[in-house]
Design a protein around this ligand. Structure first.
Ligand code: NAP
Ligand code: 8YV
Length: 317
């Protein structure tokens, strides 16, 4: 059987690139690909590490059948255009939940206990002159999770071990979940003093956390965002942090990656990470394996392993 032509949008881990090369005729978009080659492409490996995948690219790929995303979030793909063209889209659901949840807890504790600032204090030789100032604490806090999905639940499982109260918001109350549900983000913020955002990006969640939510969170409030930068109104967040409307924030994602605003960098009540939620070697390998397996399953059986809900295709069992 001739190997299908697959377009790769951005460099992926070497082991993933090798697996793609084994199974397919691979074309690397960043090296430049001629239009007559693009016209043969049947599969694509997309990634939030590359630019958005929009209709103008689909128009140059008339034989495209399937887009396998390297990541669970797929707001990098124009799903309206993909569905209109009948494309199958897959993501890497399930293989990164624990890793992202680990990082979220690390970011929460780093923000509350001011771990990066404490380390800078020691390295700068300031400990000789006195102790690091006392920090805020996780003790006695109530944590609100915006988006109690695969990753949100993995975060909640960890927080159970920290003996804090947990509540959540999603569009629907989950019957099998014991934590209190709030019908709006603002109501959740009013009932909590830590908010963790872990919803998908895109139009439906744009600026879900805005100035009103931050005001409801209050002056002892802490916002952790590990979802997408678009979920938080970054200008409103900066204003709230500057004014002390909220206490502190830990961010793994930003409205314009990789362009972090100077105003955020200037603040000392923030911990800022370069979108590393899933970025361990082992988890990125697992994501790459699932992405390649989705492409292989599509071409061999017509049943991908983890199609996204909009694709309306039964996953392979
Ligand atoms: P998931 O299992 O699909 O869960 C998403 C949750 O968000 C669901 O509980 C859903 O509940 C809720 N939700 C969806 N749309 C909503 C809306 N408009 N308003 C309120 N709640 C909404 O997804 P996941 O695997 O946990 O991943 C979540 C997101 O995390 C990804 O899409 C990605 O953007 C981000 N992520 C970031 C990193 C990182 O490196 N920082 C890594 C992985 C993932 P309802 O359907 O009831 O609303
Ligand atoms: C990665 C992510 O940064 O899975 C996601 O949605 O945001 C992260 O795991 C990204 O997918 C790499 O392309």
């Amino acid at each position: 059987m001739t190997r299908p032509d697959v377009l790769v949008a951005a460099p992926l881990p070497p082991v993933t690139m090798a697996a793609l090369d084994d199974a397919f005729v691979v074309h690397r978009l960043w090296e430049g690909v001629a239009d007559d080659v693009l016209s043969r492409v049947r599969g694509m490996a997309a990634s939030t590490l590359a630019g958005p995948v929009r209709d103008d690219l689909f128009a140059r790929l008339p034989a495209l059948e399937v887009i396998a995303n390297f990541g669970v979030g797929y707001d990098n793909i124009d799903m309206v255009a993909a569905v209109a063209r009948g494309l199958v889209v897959t993501n890497t659901a399930g293989v990164l939940d624990e890793e992202v949840a680990d990082l979220t807890i690390g970011l929460l504790l780093a923000t509350l206990r001011r771990i990066p600032a404490a380390e800078r204090f020691l390295r700068d030789g300031l400990w000789r002159d006195g102790n690091f100032p006392l920090s805020p604490s996780l003790r006695g806090r109530r944590v609100g999770i915006i988006g109690l999905g695969g990753i949100g639940k993995a975060i909640a499982r960890r927080l159970d071990g920290f003996a804090v109260d947990i509540a959540y918001h999603g569009r629907t109350r989950q019957g099998d979940v014991g934590y209190p549900w709030y019908p709006s983000v603002e109501a959740l913020a009013g009932a909590c003093d830590v908010l963790i955002a872990i919803v998908p990006g895109g139009a439906s969640t744009r600026h879900l956390v805005d100035a009103r939510v931050l005001a409801a969170l209050g002056p002892q409030g802490v916002l952790i965002n590990v979802s997408r930068g678009t979920v938080v109104d970054e200008a409103a967040l900066i204003a709230a942090l500057q004014a002390g409307t909220i206490l502190a924030s830990g961010l793994d994602v930003f409205e314009r990656e990789h362009d972090v605003p100077e105003a955020l960098l200037a603040l000392d009540n923030v911990v800022l990470l370069p979108h590393i939620g899933s970025a361990s070697a082992i988890t990125r390998q697992a994501m790459g394996r699932l992405m390649v397996d989705n492409l292989v399953a599509w071409f061999e059986t017509g049943r991908p392993l983890t199609p996204v809900p909009e694709t309306r295709i039964m996953p392979s069992s």
